[in-house]
Design a protein around this ligand. Structure first.
Ligand code: MLT
Length: 250
């Protein structure tokens, strides 16, 4: 009987969709790469009630996908909000997680000021649409080097944010705002872990990610130069190299 390829589940960040993983999916032909759109993102249905969105609901949707595809265990690779969803998957179904790649993410919940920021961005999205969200976020998620030297990527990231629905953006902001603190989970992780940080990331700074890696038994840490929050798109070759090295050692 033919063996199926091992699976890797890529989970995108906010306010993005599956397209942020295009370089990694292309670089790993020997893996069954799943890069779904989370509820409310990309082409996935976007319920209008914000309380339909939570890290638990996103994780539930992903477990359903694994079940439908009859995938027992997968390497889970999450970027930023995708990392928060990864922690939730670990809480809900640890046995489904073969290994973890945590990119540009953190374990802590939002502080009160962060929660106020979520509310302000949700109001902006409702009042002025996804374009206003892109205006605010594009300069924050990309490094100065990317903004200066990779104009087509800047346009790609802007277009990705602008195609998201307002309902999906507002729902995701609610899920982000209400997410639990995953820090207590770190010391209990027992699968191989690779942590990938961007040298210029202001949203999830590399120093905090290094500390997070130190709190996870046996975790490896890789710093990607000239990248901010979207390492997978800003420096795909470096990320793919780190990813392949990690995957071949599993
Ligand atoms: C993301 O990229 O998913 C967001 O930056 C997450 C966050 O704002 O906490």
């Amino acid at each position: 009987m033919a063996m199926s390829n091992p699976a890797i589940l890529f989970i995108h960040g906010f306010p993005f969709d599956h397209a942020m993983w295009r370089h990694q999916a292309a670089a790993l032909p020997e893996w069954d790469c799943l890069a779904p759109d989370l509820q409310g993102a990309g082409s996935a249905p976007a319920p209008s009630a914000p309380d339909a969105y939570s890290m638990a609901a996103y994780a539930h949707g992903l477990i359903k996908l694994l079940d439908e595809r009859r995938i027992e265990t997968a390497v889970v690779c999450g970027l930023s909000m995708g990392g928060y969803v990864t922690f939730e998957l670990l809480r809900q179904q640890p046995k489904r997680v073969r290994a973890l790649v945590l990119c540009n993410t953190k374990s802590a919940a939002d502080a009160p000021e962060g929660k106020r920021g979520r509310d302000a961005l949700a109001e902006k999205a409702q009042a002025s649409g996804a374009r206003a969200v892109a205006d605010e976020l594009v300069p924050k998620v990309l490094s100065a080097a990317t903004l200066e030297r990779q104009q087509s990527l800047v346009r790609e990231v802007r277009a990705m944010i602008e195609r998201q629905s307002v309902a999906g953006i507002v729902g995701a902001l609610r899920a982000l705002r209400e997410r639990p603190d995953s820090t207590p989970l770190l010391g209990r992780i027992r699968v191989p872990v690779l942590v990938i940080a961007g040298s210029d990331d202001q949203i999830t700074p590399a120093a905090g990610m290094r500390e997070m890696a130190q709190a996870i038994p046996g975790a490896r840490f890789t710093l990607i130069q000239d990248a901010a929050h979207l390492t997978a798109l800003e420096q795909p070759d470096a990320v793919n190299h780190a990813l392949k090295r990690f995957l071949t050692q599993l």
